[in-house]
Design a protein around this ligand. Structure first.
Ligand code: NDP
Length: 273
């Protein structure tokens, strides 16, 4: 049996077991996927332990996305640029390979909304934390022109330099209205919604406002965006698409059914609302 898990702290809220077990069951695979709490500071010891227990792969969530890099024997180019991994696979020679599937997950999620050619498109990205790093890497390589706004401007400048291969613009979050007019798309990567806050938006005129958050933390922001005339979408599509990329790495290129996992996630969120 192939053993898989998501590690993090907290991790009980993670939808990853539901997503992966939906696919494992649908495809009748001999595999299991569980969630395991690993406290901060215990990353390295936990990875040694999971290797001895013959885990095939792990998803990695906060607070371990950077810490796992110290234990990775192999890293993808995306992991090197983003500075974080969300997927580990056990190498036949021992140790772990680190991938970042958040980046292709975002591109796939936007593709499902009909956005696939980013050349000459301006993306206004809000927030400069871990999620933004993967988004920047993906959109920079996809050819988009990016304007990155963050409450702490220095952080925006720093992650643009670290994650992007081309020059882009940065600025303070409160300059949003000055830049929104030329954006083809806005992507919110802030965690403002976790505290119940929302970022005020100007008129959307039917453009897409993509919020990487989902469930309760996305509600106030998406309700506001909708009222301002934006076409809205939450981050569940990205979550499921990044999971599909991880699944494909672990199961030799098998592409699982996105729609069935999305439905399972939406049902679960509604039941727990
Ligand atoms: P981080 O803690 O790394 O970054 C948070 C960012 O939000 C920072 O830029 C911070 O600004 C900003 N911020 C926090 N509070 C406020 C506020 N009140 N007003 C304005 N800006 C604020 O978080 P992550 O990047 O890891 O996660 C961000 C969101 O993305 C979360 O909701 C997370 O669930 C979601 N996510 C979704 C994924 C998906 O697959 N859909 C994948 C990964 C994350 P400052 O720098 O000034 O502190």
């Amino acid at each position: 049996m192939k053993r898989l898990a998501v590690i993090g702290d907290p991790v009980g809220h993670s939808l990853s077991p539901l997503i992966h077990m939906t696919w494992i069951d649908a495809l009748d695979l001999d595999a299991s996927y569980e969630s395991i709490r690993v406290p901060a500071g215990e990353t390295a010891a936990a990875l040694d332990d999971f290797e001895h227990q013959a885990f095939l792969g792990l998803n990695v969530t906060l607070p371990h996305k950077q810490a796992v890099l110290a234990k990775a024997a192999e890293k993808s180019a995306a992991v090197e640029a983003i500075g974080a991994a969300n997927t580990l696979s056990r190498l036949p020679s021992g140790g772990w390979r680190a991938d970042n599937t958040d980046a292709p997950g975002l591109i796939a999620a936007l593709g499902r909304l009909g956005l696939s050619d980013f050349t000459g498109k301006t993306v206004l990205m809000l927030g400069a934390g871990g999620a933004a790093r993967a988004g920047l890497f993906a959109l920079d390589r996809a050819g988009a022109d990016i304007i990155l706004l963050n409450r702490t401007v220095e952080k925006a400048e720093q992650i643009l330099a670290e994650c992007c291969s081309r020059p882009h613009l940065s600025g303070p979050l409160d300059a949003l209205s000055d830049h929104a007019g030329r954006a083809n798309l806005v992507i919110n990567t802030t965690s403002a919604g976790h505290g119940g806050a929302h970022i005020p938006l100007p008129d959307g005129e039917g453009r897409l406002f993509y919020d990487m958050s989902y469930g309760a933390p996305a509600e106030a922001q998406l309700a506001h965006a909708k009222a301002q005339g934006w076409k809205i979408e939450d981050g569940l599509g990205m979550l499921v698409c990044q999971a599909a990329e991880s699944f494909s790495i672990w199961f030799d290129g098998v592409r699982p059914d996105i729609e069935v996992a999305l439905t399972a996630c939406r049902t679960s969120l509604e039941q727990n609302a």
